[in-house]
Design a protein around this ligand. Structure first.
Ligand code: NDP
Length: 450
């Protein structure tokens, strides 16, 4: 275990104040213990030292002018972490909490997630500490254009292919692609998550949420169970949460909660997903507005959350789907879920459970699907979008959805079989990390010291 301590100590010295990044690295390194101990090759090739250092980190100024003529300056990031398996691939996040640590943890996770899909994509991530809330459409457009005025020179269909994430949906991708096209004169697949009118893939919008629910069902089917009839807690009310809830209904489960940055919604008879879509995909309103049409629902504002966790995880349910943001499920939340009889936690978001929460979930031996495996359906379908763009084709929704289901099944089988190979059956954290690491590390060795 010395190498974990040494690696984290080294990172703290060379990349100070990046606690989310250390958290992500530590989780992966702990899982790798059984494979690193017995492989002189990985040690001789300094794989860990190379893996935790991004190939390239781009940080830049994003100046823009608001509707009243005031000038604002934000920080833009693109971390091109690892290209051993293919072009850098990963989303862009626009949220005030974005900083180098957040983007680096997301980029690090992305290397392993992309490797698990079995597709030829490397790991990257980017974004800006820009808050799109309350901004007009023209302000969003001007921000996206300024962001791309720097980023365009670093991206392209065979080098680095950004997509959406928190705060970045089809509208933002449209503005960024437009500016990229203007600056480069190229019409190519440099972005995924594009509109269906001009190069997007059917089922990409649904893919992360649908994929996480397929993954959960595969976990349950492994124990001769299924999602049918299960009461489910979902957090978030964005892209991932909405389509996770939609797929839960299709598989005859019932989502009874969702949440946003101002509070948690609880509806015992089942969340009205069409209404949440309307509130969030349209005018981007607070979930509190939901009560205007559903007076039997409850809304708990953030200020009333328990001091050691989140309201959304305190309801009695069979399964939990964190689909909002990092570290939104604490140790206390994990204990509450288990004592309330929850048998499955499946992560639609990236690193939504704290390290202590993961330890509790694993010790309880409930079905736990870590984000890098369970939410990989989004990036996998992005790669399907790249394949369609490169071959100038457009596949049907059913074709893409069938491929998505197969990819999620392969990821589940790979993580599950690898966990069993290392005598930890059911530990999908260990299985996913080792399986992904082997693919990336072996490719790095074959490509030499670069
Ligand atoms: P969206 O921006 O569409 O939605 C995010 C949701 O989470 C919103 O409801 C937002 O609230 C809420 N939220 C965001 N930050 C916080 C916070 N700090 N506290 C409480 N609530 C918060 O993002 P996505 O649905 O795309 O992403 C959700 C998660 O899934 C992220 O972790 C992302 O990295 C991950 N992910 C996304 C993929 C994708 O394809 N989109 C792929 C793989 C992972 P509000 O409505 O108030 O803004």
């Amino acid at each position: 275990m010395n190498y974990i301590h040494d690696t984290i100590a080294h990172l703290k010295q060379t990349s100070p104040a990046q606690c989310e990044f250390y958290q992500a690295v530590e989780e992966v390194l702990e899982s790798l213990e059984p494979i690193l101990e017995n492989s002189a090759d990985y040690q001789k090739n300094a794989i860990i030292q190379r893996l935790v250092e991004p190939e390239r980190q781009i940080m830049f100024r994003v100046p823009w002018v608001d509707d009243d003529g005031n000038i604002h300056v934000n920080k833009g990031y693109r971390i091109e972490f690892n290209s051993s398996l293919g072009p850098y691939k990963g989303g862009l996040r626009f949220h005030p909490s974005v900083n180098a640590s957040i983007i680096k943890f997301l980029g690090f996770e992305q290397i392993f997630k992309n490797a698990l899909t079995g597709l030829p994509i490397g790991g990257g991530k980017g974004g800006a500490n820009f808050d799109p809330k309350g901004r007009s459409d023209s302000e969003i457009m001007r921000f996206c254009q300024s962001f791309i005025n720097e980023l365009y020179r670093h991206i392209g269909p065979t080098t680095d292919v950004p997509a959406g994430d928190i705060g970045v949906g089809a509208r933002e991708i449209g503005y960024m692609f437009g500016q990229y096209k203007r600056l480069t004169g190229r019409y190519d697949g440099a972005f995924t998550g594009k509109s269906l009118l001009w190069g997007g893939s059917l089922a990409r919008k649904e893919a992360t949420g649908y994929g996480a629910v397929y993954f959960a069902n595969y976990m349950l089917q492994d124990n001769d169970d299924s999602l049918k009839g299960k009461r489910c807690l979902v957090s978030g009310a964005g892209n991932v949460a909405i389509y996770a809830m939609e797929k839960l209904y299709q598989l005859e489960a019932k989502p009874i909660t969702c949440s946003d940055s101002s509070g948690t919604l609880y509806h015992e008879s089942g969340i009205d997903v069409a209404l949440v879509k309307k509130l969030k995909e349209g005018a981007r309103e607070s979930l509190a507005v939901y009560l205007e049409t559903h007076s039997d629902a409850k809304y708990i504002a953030c200020a009333d959350y328990p001091s050691d966790g989140h309201a959304v995880w305190r309801f009695v349910a069979d399964a939990a789907f964190p689909c909002a943001t990092q570290n939104e499920l604490t140790e206390a939340d994990a204990r509450t879920l288990i004592s309330n009889g929850c048998i499955l936690v499946c992560e639609g978001a990236n690193m939504p459970s704290t390290k202590e929460a993961v330890d509790v979930l694993l010790a309880a031996k409930i079905a736990y699907g870590p984000g890098k495996a369970a939410n990989a359906g989004g990036v996998a379908t992005s790669q399907l979008e790249m394949a369609q763009n490169a071959s100038m084709q457009m596949w049907t929704f059913e074709e893409v959805d069938t491929k998505l289901q197969q990819i999620m099944k392969n990821i589940f089988d790979t993580a599950s079989n690898t966990a069993a190979e290392f005598d930890q059956p059911g530990n999908l954290v260990l299985g996913a990390n080792i399986a992904a690491f082997r693919r990336v590390a072996d490719a790095m060795i074959e490509q030499g010291v670069v």
